[in-house]
Each structure stands twice: as structure tokens, then as C-alpha cells.
Write a protein that binds this ligand. Structure first.
Ligand code: 4NP
Length: 160
């Protein structure tokens, strides 16, 4: 069976989407689903291309047991061919992706992260923590963990 490829997308690809990528791969492995799914991440902006993930986000994640690294990259139109599912962290990210999409097939791959958060709802964001305090990063961690678990459940049920 083909591996299902998922790309998480935020603005800078240094705070939210790298966390989502590594959380997803970690939880999928934990559930014995590591061969079925493969996550990566990207940003709609190119400002942090080649940079490691945000130190504050990594510190919060490490304190919860999730250690990761990476290198920022920007989402490109061609990425629509590389992924089955493209998950935006907020409605701005989603709008940018919709603007890049070339076809209905591309557009049908785009979803919002908090559709899968049991405590989220339509249109809700994984808030951008970049200019805020450490509490914002703690909040992002909790939202991303719930959403990733919800997403894996939805994938396993064949709902996405
Ligand atoms: P991210 O956070 O989209 O979750 O990676 C941000 C990172 C950088 C900037 C904004 C948000 N920035 O303005 O440079």
C-alpha cells in the first residue's frame, strides 16, 4: 500500500508546522502506523528557509518528551504533487495555499488543522506564537498534540 504523505503548513515553518510534522511522525510510530503515513512541513513565506526550528518551541516540546530538529523550507506549487493532504495551521495559511493551487484536485487536498482538534472547530486557528510569550508555545503544543491525534484517528477511519 502506498504511503500517505501529509504536509503541515504555517507561515514561517519554524514554530507550528515543524512541531506538527514531528508530533505526527512520533505519534504515528507510537501507534504502529509509521509505515502508513509520512509527514513533512513547509511555510507559506520564505523568510526562514534553511533555519532550524524555533528554539522556544523546541524547548517546550523537549520538556514534554518530543525532541526534533529540521530546516525551514517554503511551500511551492509543485508540492501539491508531492502530498496527499496539506494541512494549514490557520486561515491565512489556508488562503495562501488556495491561491497557489492550480486545480480542484489541488484545492481538495487543503484542510485546516483544528478541524481535527476535538476542542477546536470550523475556522479555528493554531495561533501564531512567534511574537508572544512562552505560554503561547505551551498552548500551541497542546493544540497540535490534540489535532495530530484527531487527524490520525480520522485517517484510520478513512474520513480523510
Ligand atoms: P510559524 O511562526 O508560522 O508557526 O513558523 C512564525 C515564524 C516567523 C514569523 C511569523 C510566524 N515571522 O514573522 O518571521
Amino acid at each position: 500500500m502506498a504511503v500517505k504523505k501529509i504536509c503541515f503548513v504555517c507561515l514561517g515553518n519554524i514554530c507550528r508546522s515543524p512541531l506538527a510534522e514531528h508530533m505526527f511522525n512520533h505519534v504515528a510510530n507510537e501507534m504502529g502506523l509509521g509505515d502508513k503515513y509520512q509527514a513533512r512541513s513547509a511555510g507559506t513565506a520564505g523568510w526562514h528557509v534553511g533555519e532550524p526550528p524555533d528554539e522556544r518551541m523546541r524547548r517546550v516540546a523537549a520538556s514534554r518528551g518530543l525532541v526534533y530538529n529540521g530546516s525551514g523550507r517554503q511551500f511551492t506549487r509543485q508540492d501539491f504533487d508531492n502530498y496527499d493532504l496539506i494541512i494549514a495551521m490557520d486561515s491565512d495559511n489556508k488562503r495562501q495555499l488556495m491561491n497557489l493551487a492550480r486545480s480542484d484536485a489541488d484545492r481538495s487536498k487543503i484542510r485546516l488543522m483544528r478541524e481535527f482538534d476535538p476542542q477546536g472547530g470550523p475556522g479555528q486557528a493554531v495561533p501564531d506564537p512567534y511574537y508572544g510569550g512562552i505560554n503561547g508555545f505551551e498552548e500551541v503544543y497542546d493544540i497540535v498534540e490534540r489535532s495530530v491525534r484527531g487527524l490520525l484517528e480520522a485517517l484510520e477511519k478513512g474520513e480523510v
